[in-house]
Design a protein around this ligand. Structure first.
Ligand SMILES: [Zn+2]
Length: 558
């Protein structure tokens, strides 16, 4: 290998600007490899595809109005769904788990026909609905929701004192596990009302602003909440228990906290971190995005979930993650992982949302990076760098982060940790923190309250940075998000000539990313591509270093 490389090197001039050998026009980069994994089932396609009967309408408003009976583990009521037709059509696709009953679906006073297929409900209208007009239907349902999945779906449990404790967390299963809706990621209602009737001794905490409660006179009380922003279906939640409430304010923003009575003191101590969290994220991205709805933390028995404006919390009222040092480098014990991570989703996940689960790194990669920004803001850059590099041990590099669209294929865990390390790498590519902070802020402001795909992220970054950096960033995004392997910086030392040849080994033929090399006290920026370049160096294979804490890459030295 070395002798072949020597022959290649001879043909190149040494120095900063090696002459380029005559080049044939580059072939276009091959498309990324297809997603690995099992073929989709009909259920996957019904759940994931944005087909004709979803695309023909645009959600405007839900009013979920239900009664929950803890004794019977039962839910029943209706969702009022308002939508605008985008095309003339006679059918729309809604979703409700097959184990729940459809009691009736009304357009005004007219009962509508429907067909059920797995967890989908095809709703048919007697006359064509007209493009541009708004329609309201009432979807009545009832039954015993399924428990299961990572956080329970809808769980009828008990708190430590033996009181009823009922909670929903359904990002995995989809909201249709407990209420009827258009259960996909692309389209959100503009606003929502949530009314939950429960035995009068209990408290319901849902998303949005609390409007009030009404005694129904039959032992039940209805709790009414209003959500004044777009909201993901899976983010809609009911948390029903024997909660005590305390409150605080951050400037004008109401902060409301709900915990079981035994944890009140612990919560008052631990939830004080919410203010510093909001201040840190506001520093980078601008105002808390759901100000009219307020910010809430609500105790639950599972670890936590980013329910919009109603973040659920089960992290033992202690720092770290379930009392562990989450990235194993001594930084995580300085803060409460669930408060910092799940609340970070208010910015990425809830305000900026992915339009397909395939692109969920927009939620998890970004929010994991937000943890890192929090650490930098609170504890300084050195801690942040240590913290983000602690994530390397969690990365697998077994399949791409972005999965196939339209089949509801959840991305691998790499979307969190490799996603955050990728964003930390991009900061180093930009190599100008003032510009980087402005870019993050503007990116969030540009896309807040929208549902976007990776292409939108790339187009925005290219528009803001492409001219400054003199390059199209698409191959960098593609290599990290749509390919399995990390880029490898290949270095070939020629000690007798005092040179090192370098290039990227990457799946993307056009991959070109600057990187810092040499020694940590005086990094030198080089501009490797996937073709060899050669430069002089006084360092050798052992002393020539690469800034792998700033750039998440592999290095191969020969
Ligand atoms: Zn998350």
């Amino acid at each position: 290998m070395l002798s072949l490389w020597s022959a290649v090197l001879v043909s190149l001039l040494l120095g900063q600007q090696p002459a380029q050998p005559p080049q044939t026009p580059a072939a276009p980069a091959p498309p990324p490899p297809p997603t690995t994994g099992r073929p989709p089932t009909r259920a996957d396609i019904l759940r994931g595809e944005y087909g004709r009967y979803r695309a023909n309408n645009d959600l405007l408003f839900y009013h979920l109005d239900v009664r929950v009976d803890p004794g019977k583990k039962w839910i029943g009521g209706k969702n009022t769904i308002r939508f605008r037709m985008l095309k003339d059509d006679t059918r729309i696709q809604l979703d409700l788990y097959a184990n729940l009953n459809v009691d009736k679906i009304l357009l005004g006073t007219t009962p509508l026909k429907y067909e059920r297929e797995i967890n989908t409900v095809w709703v048919d209208f007697p006359q064509p609905l007209k493009a541009g007009r708004d329609y309201t239907i009432e979807f009545y349902y009832s039954g015993n929701p399924q428990q299961g999945g990572r956080f329970g779906g809808m769980t009828f449990g008990k708190d430590p004192a033996g009181q009823d404790w009922i909670y929903t967390a359904c990002e995995g299963q989809g909201a249709a596990v407990w209420w009827p809706n258009k259960d996909q990621w692309r389209d959100e209602v503009e606003s929502m009302r949530i009314s939950i009737a429960i035995p009068s001794a209990l408290v319901d905490v849902s998303n949005g602003k609390f409007l009030g409660k009404t005694d129904l006179g039959d032992g039940y009380t209805r709790w009414d909440w209003t959500v004044q922003y777009p909201i993901n279906n899976y983010s809609v939640s009911a948390n029903i228990g024997n909660y005590v409430h305390f409150e605080d304010r951050l400037d004008g923003l109401p902060l409301d906290f709900y915990v079981t009575p035994g944890n009140l003191e612990g919560a008052k101590r631990q939830f004080a971190q919410a203010k510093g969290m909001i201040e840190a994220y506001e520093h980078y991205f601008g105002d808390y995005p759901f100000a009219k709805d307020g910010y809430k933390l609500i105790e639950v028995p599972y670890s936590g979930m980013e329910h919009q404006s109603a973040v659920t919390y089960g992290n033992h009222f202690a720092n770290g993650y379930l009392e562990r040092d989450w990235t194993g480098v001594g930084i995580s014990p300085k803060f409460d992982f669930i408060i910092i991570h799940e609340s970070g989703h208010e910015w990425f996940g809830n305000a900026v949302s992915a339009a397909d689960v395939s692109d969920m790194w927009i939620h998890e990669g970004w929010t994991t990076y937000l943890e890192n920004l929090y650490v930098e803001h609170r504890f300084g850059y050195a801690d942040a760098l240590k913290y983000v590099n602690g994530y390397k041990s969690k990365v697998r590099n077994r399949e791409p982060i972005v999965t196939q669209r339209g089949i509801h294929r959840s991305p691998p865990q790499d979307m969190y940790f490799k996603g955050a390390l990728f964003l930390n790498t991009l900061r180093s590519v930009v190599n100008d923190d003032q510009r980087w902070w402005k870019l993050l802020h503007d990116f969030f402001q540009h896309f807040k309250y929208q549902n976007i795909l990776t292409e939108d992220v790339i187009a925005y970054f290219n528009a803001q940075l492409g001219a400054q950096l003199g390059r199209d960033l698409t191959p960098i995004f593609n290599q990290y998000l749509r390919r399995t392997d990390l880029p490898v910086l290949e270095l070939a030392f020629n000690q007798s000539e005092g040179t090192v040849a370098y290039r990227w080994k990457a799946d993307e033929r056009d991959f070109a990313m600057p990187i810092r090399v040499g020694t940590a006290d005086s990094w030198q920026v080089i501009q490797p591509t996937t073709d060899w370049k050669v430069m002089k160096t006084s360092l050798n294979k052992d002393t020539f270093d690469v800034a792998t804490d700033l750039f998440y890459v592999n290095v191969s030295k020969q």
